[in-house]
Design a protein around this ligand. Structure first.
Ligand SMILES: [Zn+2]
Length: 412
């Protein structure tokens, strides 16, 4: 059995180290403080008996657990990120442990009247009787994704201590800067050397994901002409009105606030304008590649139409692809999802397979040649003060890792 106290101690030793990443920084890792946890993890991986523990100049950590069987087994990997979201402070995290959760309100912070309540966060109720780790209401927790790291380290430690469990070569990878979209950027897939991998970065127990958005960003620049308003007849061109036409020509219903599941959207997230120039910033999202391409086409067509309507180039639209749906790369190797699903079933965990309405490091890695579905890490309410994780979910995820290793090594 994996000891609960041991897991709690390990998890807390990670979340109490501030590793907030910073999108404004161009270095890797984006913040110097990420080294604090990275260096500790290197020491820990060595101390539990992992082989070939390396950390590169960008703080990417890799380690190997050698195979303990004679026959050929695919090499699999497990990946997590050690940075936390810049959306909310990760400094001075003071985790609180709620034993045998009674299903009632949890007062995170009496002085500031911050309450984690099942009236609002219904998911809490499925963890009645379990041990929850919460914040003190003033920071995020960092279960995203230090729960994932805790699970991978604990699983490796368990496999090392239990050589009767047969497994192939297992690779471990810990990355910086996932929360600012760069976790996969400097990941050396060739050096990692796995046939496939799993990110341990999902939310509630049971989550298993291999579909995500196709994603692009669009910058629409509208050019106007400023003339003294008193003498502007037939001369002034107000870029803000043209921008408004552009905005209103896109379907109002295909926006984040009106869509769910497999529905895609255009999301206008920034407007900056005056008479002379207005810029609109959009993100475009769709699971379906054809629909995704059609959305980009719609924007470009609209640009052409408005330009011809005004008789000159008043709009320039630049669209940049950001990431793609990993489904395309996973479907040809669907057994890697099946193994994870089977592992959960054998552990009495009900798999929750659903499309991600976002991206993961795994989607980028899948396109870099490392197919990489995403598995639950156990936490809820990421990136904010209400983040929490049930310790039982961390233990289950740890067992899922061990079980996947075992199933992959089975001769068939
Ligand atoms: Zn994460």
């Amino acid at each position: 059995m994996i000891s609960k106290d041991h897991i709690i101690k390990r998890f807390i030793s990670y979340v109490t180290i501030d590793t907030e990443s910073d999108p404004a920084s161009n270095s890797t890792p984006s913040t110097e403080k990420q080294w604090d946890l990275a260096n500790k993890l290197v020491d820990e991986l060595k101390s539990i008996g992992m082989q070939d523990v390396t950390i590169d100049e960008n703080a990417y950590i890799m380690a190997t657990l050698p195979s303990n069987v004679e026959h050929d087994v695919p090499t699999i990997g497990f990946i997590s990120h050690f940075d936390t979201s810049p959306d909310f402070t990760g400094a001075n995290v003071k985790p609180q442990i709620i034993e045998k959760y009674d299903g009632k309100d949890i007062v995170l912070n009496e002085a500031e009247n911050i309450v984690l309540s099942p009236d609002y966060f219904e998911d809490l109720l499925q963890y009645k009787g379990q041990t929850l780790i919460t914040t003190d209401g003033t920071t995020l927790l960092g279960a995203d994704d230090k729960a994932g790291i805790c699970e991978i380290v604990s699983a490796m430690e368990y496999l090392i201590q239990h050589p009767e469990i047969k497994h192939g070569t297992i690779k471990v990878g810990f990355t910086p800067d996932e929360e600012i979209g760069r976790g996969a950027h400097k990941f050396d897939v060739e050096k990692f050397g796995a046939d496939w991998a799993y990110t341990m970065d999902g939310s509630q127990i049971g989550e298993l994901e291999y579909e995500n958005f196709n994603a692009a960003g669009a910058v629409v620049t509208v050019k106007g002409k400023s003339v003294h308003p008193g003498y502007a007849k037939d001369k002034l061109v107000n870029s803000m009105y043209i921008a408004q036409e552009f905005i209103n020509s896109l379907p109002r219903i295909e926006t984040p606030e009106h869509t769910e599941d497999y529905q895609g959207f255009f999301h206008l997230h920034n407007i900056n304008g005056n008479v002379e120039e207005t810029t609109l910033k959009y993100i475009i999202r769709d699971h379906d590649k054809k629909h995704f391409d059609a959305r980009k086409e719609v924007m470009l067509k609209l640009t052409d139409e408005l330009n011809s309507q005004y008789g000159k180039e008043v709009i320039i639209t630049e669209i940049t692809d950001q990431y793609f749906n990993m489904k395309e790369k996973i479907e040809p190797v669907m057994h890697i999802v099946d193994i994870a699903e089977e592992a959960m079933k054998q552990l009495d965990i009900e798999p929750i397979i659903k499309p991600i309405r976002g991206g993961t490091d795994g989607s980028q890695l899948s396109y870099m040649g490392l197919p990489c579905p995403n598995i639950f890490a156990g936490g809820h309410n990421f990136h904010g003060r209400f983040e929490y994780v049930p310790v039982e979910s961390i233990i289950k995820a740890t067992q899922v890792i061990c079980k996947i290793a075992e199933l992959t090594a089975e001769e068939n």
